[in-house]
Design a protein around this ligand. Structure first.
Ligand SMILES: NC(=O)C1=CN([C@@H]2O[C@H](COP(=O)(O)OP(=O)(O)OC[C@H]3O[C@@H](n4cnc5c(N)ncnc54)[C@H](O)[C@@H]3O)[C@@H](O)[C@H]2O)[C@@H](O)CC1
Ligand SMILES: [K+]
Length: 464
């Protein structure tokens, strides 16, 4: 697991460490880290440009320039706010033979020290002009300038980083936005940080949590997943969601709905019936994909919410809950509910997601006392207890029709196996993205192919 801390938390930890550290020591440690990564990226080439803003982020860049000069690198600095440039950093840079210029000459690498933790909004016009002219890879100091440190939101000109060197701990931006390859320089903040605000699951965490049958297990003890999805119009959603549950764990899967013949033909191992009322006992329900939003679909949703087992409500189930708030009354308050909206479904529930996806997911988790998995290139999972997981895909191949049906089936199977619902949502999202990456391998991946790659994804995360 990788923890991420908001800027407010980082600042208060930094203050406590600064109080017991010689002046300038933290900045010099940070800058030494930047210079080391710069040398690695230069690989023997010898020209570096610095874009230097008004604060300590620019100070880091100037001190890094000082270190690079001492290693024989030619370093040029553009000062975006000359009168506010970090005085000690600028003096050290000049002493070491660094040159202040109005515009960067051709260089092999650019160090972005425009703005760091105090960043607000997109790049200002003068900084944006310099950035637009760059044609060398960028090493960002702490974070790519112009990207919001706490939300990862981008609302105009910003730096695109090849690599980002950050200090002390990871911040939300490093999981929520594209920062290139992220490197962390230790500043000894650890003991002062406390628990993280956000957590990113790593593949090992997913592997460790994934249910594996033991010698005493049979098909029932591993959890039976119920799938209430699909309709005469949309049988494919039922086939994909049921298939995902079949492939995700080795417990049993029951399908109940109008697409029973289609599901039976594709997944003979699933136990299929026409209705949730005669489906038999399950340990979780997936409800919604392709279900429709008519009266009979509402009755299905109501029955599932009353069943007293964890529910993953997806797609049409979310639309029905948004359109007919009375349906919430059917819910057993003591039983976990996981909602998996994409942005438009979220909007039906609570209005626009807005630029802060973490806050949006938390708002919904709080409002509905549910685990909310807000889908997107960056998926945010918020629990009603405040736990928040984030998962950023490296590609967008999973943005394809039917992909969400697969995710809901995996999630339902993990709930049936008894996983904590926040962890179940996190593991499902991570495995889903990995399956998409493995299946795509650089080309479009239809949902049925993504589904077929699920066993490979599970094998890849499981401990050897
Ligand atoms: N506090 C510490 O102990 C340490 C801080 N470090 C560095 O200090 C940075 C934070 O420094 P500061 O708090 O001085 O602030 P920054 O350097 O992040 O920002 C400085 C100023 O930039 C301007 N600015 C804000 N948004 C802008 C935008 N969109 N475009 C252009 N200019 C903008 C504002 O006037 C702001 O005050 C960290 O990101 C890190 O790089 C490191 O040296 C490690 C130690
Ligand atoms: K920066």
């Amino acid at each position: 697991m990788r923890g991420l801390w908001t800027t407010a938390r980082v600042r208060s930890a930094e203050e406590r460490v600064l109080a017991v550290t010689p002046p300038g020591a933290l900045m010099r440690r940070a800058a030494f880290g930047v210079a080391s990564v710069a040398l690695e990226l230069l690989g023997g080439r010898r020209r570096v440009g610095l874009l230097v803003g008004a604060g300590n982020n620019g100070g880091d860049a100037l001190w890094a320039g000082h270190h690079l000069r001492r290693r024989g690198v030619a370093v040029f600095a553009v000062l975006l706010a000359p009168e506010r440039a970090h005085p000690e950093g600028l003096a050290a840079f000049r002493r070491a033979g660094g040159r202040v210029v109005a515009e960067l000459p051709p260089v092999d690498l650019v160090v972005d020290g425009i703005v760091g933790l105090s960043a607000r909004g997109p790049l200002r016009p003068d900084a944006a002009e310099h950035v637009a002219r760059l044609d060398a890879p960028v090493l960002a100091v702490d974070l790519p300038s112009g990207v919001d440190p706490d939300t990862g939101a981008v609302d105009g000109p910003h730096v695109r980083a090849h690599t980002t060197v950050t200090f002390g701990c990871l911040k939300p931006v490093h999981a929520l936005a594209d920062c290139g390859d992220v490197r962390l320089v230790d500043l000894g903040l650890g003991p002062e940080l406390g628990g993280p605000d956000l957590v990113e699951l790593e593949l090992d965490d997913v592997g460790a949590a994934w249910p594996v049958p033991g010698p005493e297990d049979d098909k029932y003890t591993q959890g039976v997943t119920g799938v209430a999805a699909g309709s005469a119009t949309y049988p494919g959603a039922a086939v994909l969601s049921t298939g995902a549950a079949v492939l995700a764990t080795s417990g049993m899967v029951r399908y109940a709905g109008a697409a029973a013949d289609h599901v039976r033909a594709r997944w003979p191992e699933a136990v299929c019936t026409g209705s949730t009322t005669d489906a038999g006992r399950v340990q979780s329900w997936v409800v919604g994909p392709g279900l429709g939003t008519g009266l009979s679909a509402e009755a299905v949703l109501r029955g599932v919410l009353e069943a007293g087992v964890p529910v993953c409500a997806d797609a049409d189930a979310i639309t029905m809950l948004a359109n007919n708030p009375d349906l919430w009354d059917a819910r057993d308050p003591g039983t976990p509910l996981v909602l998996t909206p994409h942005d438009r479904e979220y909007e039906r529930l609570l209005g626009p997601v807005g630029p802060d996806r973490v806050a949006a997911a938390r708002r919904a988790a709080d409002r509905f006392d549910a685990v909310v998995l807000l889908k997107g290139h960056t998926t945010v999972i918020a629990g009603p207890d405040g736990r928040t997981l984030v998962n950023r895909a490296r590609s967008s191949w999973a943005a394809t029709a039917g992909s969400g049906d697969v995710l809901s089936g995996v999630l339902g199977a993990l709930l049936a196996a008894g996983l904590d619902p926040v962890l179940a949502a996190g593991c499902a999202a991570r495995a889903h993205v990995l399956a998409a990456e493995l299946a795509a391998d650089g080309a479009p991946v239809p949902a049925s192919v993504l589904l077929a790659a699920l066993p490979d994804a599970i094998r890849a995360v499981r401990p050897l």
